[in-house]
Ligand binder design. Structure first.
Ligand SMILES: Nc1nc2c(ncn2[C@@H]2O[C@H](COP(=O)(O)OP(=O)(O)OP(=O)(O)O)[C@@H](O)[C@H]2O)c(=O)[nH]1
Length: 349
């Protein structure tokens, strides 16, 4: 549970707002009921029950955005009703309400909802001049203070959104090559191993690709030359795979290409196409660059670590067999039967 709250910002915010509403609004609902303000008590009660239901819905379905928007709209309607029922005494609720809204929906949407609230209140005031505001001065003070609070909340929420997006990108992408990073790879392999076998007979294959004698380029031509090769390699891999295929930097000069819905034979053919493309197109100023590839199709009942480890063993064999070749991991030809026959397909350089 804590793990989900840590990973899902929207769910954490929605839960927080739900808890605050439960703890802060419930006593008011009870007080209003005994005070005889039945309309306000009902509005408060609806707010508590609906917010709690929306939080439960978000936990159950993982649809946090829809639930957040629902709660935000509910708050808007609730606030207008509270202000109408309580008059000037209810106006102070606008300030926590403004902050809540920015926690629940994206900044621009929150600003538009707040504008809608303000327009609704002014329209009601047009018809019933003393229902919400005591006098014109109070109305102007309310408009100015709530507009200033909304504006600064918007700026803060927008800045936070940009920073969160940047952090998410930094946590997911390799800074040098722009490929998805090791963290993303672990998630993608876990997901594939857990969910794809139930969906299709040939769930997925991974190609573990390692540049040959890469250290030589670094040592003789410098680290920058090596960096350029890595960047070009990722471009090449991304250009020559399907949009649905994913390219990850595993670490150093090792990369993974994850192919969904392919047979072992198709995976082997993609691996050899990529190996050939690298040999034909990638070079530093002094030497041609080649790569060795280990290929493993996901087997039934195999976890992602075992899958990756088979690809790693196949890559190790490709290196031992002279490099610039593709080796199929044990069992990869029979993903449904998990048979342990090893098939190796070396290519000469
Ligand atoms: N330029 C550059 N080099 C890197 C980066 N990450 C790892 N390396 C280098 O990659 C090299 C890997 O060397 P080795 O593990 O010996 O592998 P290799 O020379 O490719 O030899 P084989 O894999 O056995 O063919 C090391 O020199 C690392 O410094 C990087 O981001 N940029």
């Amino acid at each position: 549970m804590l793990q989900r709250l840590k990973q899902d910002f929207h769910l954490a915010m929605l839960t927080l707002v739900g808890l605050i509403v439960l703890v802060c609004v419930t006593p008011f609902a009870i007080y209003r009921y005994f005070d005889g303000s039945y309309l306000i008590a009902i509005v408060d009660g609806i707010l508590v029950v609906s917010t709690s239901s929306a939080v439960a819905y978000a936990w159950y379905t993982k649809q946090t955005k829809g639930a957040g928007f629902f709660v935000a709209c509910l708050f808007c309607a609730g606030f207008v009703l509270v202000a109408t029922g309580l008059g000037p005494a209810g106006l102070f609720w606008i300030f926590p309400f403004i902050v809540f809204i920015f926690f629940l929906v994206p900044p621009l949407r929150a600003l538009l909802l707040l504008l809608l609230v303000l327009v609704s209140m002014l329209t009601i005031t047009g018809f019933f001049p003393e229902l919400i505001f005591a006098d014109r001065f109070q109305m102007i003070s309310f408009i100015v203070t709530s507009a200033v609070t909304s504006f600064f909340s918007y700026v803060f929420a927008y800045r936070t959104l940009l920073q969160r997006r940047l952090l998410e990108q930094m946590a997911a992408v390799d800074a040098l090559t722009g490929a998805a990073n090791r963290r993303q790879l672990d998630h993608a392999l876990q997901f594939a191993a857990r969910h794809l076998p139930a969906k299709q007979p040939n769930p997925a294959a991974l190609l573990l690709l390692d540049l040959d004698h890469f250290k030589l380029i670094n040592d003789t031509e410098g680290h920058q030359a090596g960096d350029l090769i890595l960047i070009e390699l990722v471009t090449l891999l991304e250009q020559h795979t399907r949009p649905a295929d994913q390219v990850f930097r595993f670490g150093g000069e090792e990369f993974v290409v994850l192919l969904e819905g392919v047979t072992a034979e198709e995976a082997r053919s993609v691996a050899d196409k990529l190996r050939q493309l690298i040999a034909d197109n990638l070079s530093s100023t002094e030497r041609k660059v080649t790569a060795s590839v280990g290929v493993a199709s996901l087997l039934v009942d195999e976890n992602w670590e075992q899958w990756l480890s088979r690809a790693d063993m196949a890559l190790y064999q490709a290196k031992s067999q002279g490099r610039n070749c593709v080796v199929m991991a044990a069992g990869s030809d029979t993903p449904a039967a998990a048979n342990e026959v090893e098939v190796t397909v070396p290519y000469s350089s």
